[in-house]
Design a protein around this ligand. Structure first.
Ligand SMILES: C[S@@+](CC[C@H](N)C(=O)[O-])C[C@H]1O[C@@H](n2cnc3c(N)ncnc32)[C@H](O)[C@@H]1O
Ligand SMILES: Nc1nc2[nH]cc(C(=O)O)c2c(=O)[nH]1
Ligand code: SF4
Ligand SMILES: [Mg+2]
Length: 228
């Protein structure tokens, strides 16, 4: 179905529920708790944020309107248990909540990559949320919706992507102030190509911080190419 037939609402004349999708691909999960698992990625189009180091600017526009039922069928065809819904900012499209629910109902182990700027309270509790807190170096720290912390479950994860020492100190303060490690797993990730992972490792060790260092494994495997 083309964009014209769907308009801007995402609901077609026939009532089918649609989402604007940037890409669907099969890869190795490169981030967070499920790192290493063969995973199908559904990358939704569009994001209201503009993190200065964003590696998926190509997802801000374009893509195709897709029926949610067709999407779930396409995902199923990969015969893969793990599914990661990402973007762009997936929660910027309201019907993302429906997609997440349908993927769970289809028996998948579902994770959601989200910026932390949009309300996560409506996300199906079976979904593992991987929620960023945006540090100052992203340029988007004012968008953090702190009330989201109260909607995290033990299986969720908080990720902070760190560009420099200032970001690290901000992240360290956030962990301590909000007792983040008592809510769920906390991941610190260096901005790819900007902060040396070893530097971040040394800061974490020096401070005895109860957080996990993560690097984007898919970039070690495939570089920056989209679709991996
Ligand atoms: C592209 S975003 C999509 C989901 C959502 N918009 C968000 O920001 O979480 C997926 C993850 O990639 C991270 N990311 C984006 N660009 C990055 C970079 N240059 N280095 C490290 N992580 C990056 C984001 O912080 C986020 O955790
Ligand atoms: N392989 C791979 N793993 C990922 N985990 C989170 C990703 C994302 O862009 O949200 C991502 C991605 O783009 N590729
Ligand atoms: S919120 Fe996510 S997709 Fe949007 S600009 Fe930031 S990193 Fe990129
Ligand atoms: Mg990515």
């Amino acid at each position: 179905m083309n964009e014209q037939a769907t308009g801007t609402t995402g609901v077609s004349a026939s009532g089918a529920e649609r989402l604007r999708v940037c890409e669907i691909f099969h890869s190795i999960q490169g981030e967070a708790d499920a790192v290493g698992w063969p995973t199908v990625f559904v990358r939704l189009t569009g994001c209201p944020l503009r993190c200065v180091w964003c590696d998926t600017e190509y997802s801000f526009q374009g893509g195709e309107w897709r029926d949610i039922d067709d999407l779930v069928a396409d995902v199923g065809a990969f015969d893969t248990r793990h599914v990661c819904v990402t973007g762009g900012e997936p929660l910027a499209q309201k019907r993302c909540l429906l997609l997440l629910q349908r993927l769970c109902e289809a028996g998948h182990e579902v994770s959601l990559e989200t910026s932390g700027a949009l309300d996560v309270s409506g996300v199906d509790p079976r979904v593992r949320k991987v929620m960023d807190l945006k540090a100052p170096g992203s340029g988007e720290a004012a968008r953090n919706l702190w009330s989201n912390l109260d909607h995290l479950q033990a299986h969720d994860q908080i990720k902070i992507v760190i560009a420099d020492r200032e970001d690290y100190e901000w992240a360290r303060a956030a962990v301590r102030e909000h007792a983040l490690e008592q809510r769920c797993m906390v991941l610190f990730s260096p901005v790819h190509g900007k902060l040396a992972p070893r530097q971040l490792a040394e800061w974490i060790l020096e401070d005895r911080l109860p957080v996990r260092l993560q690097m984007q494994m898919h970039k070690q495997l495939w570089g920056d190419a989209p679709g991996h």
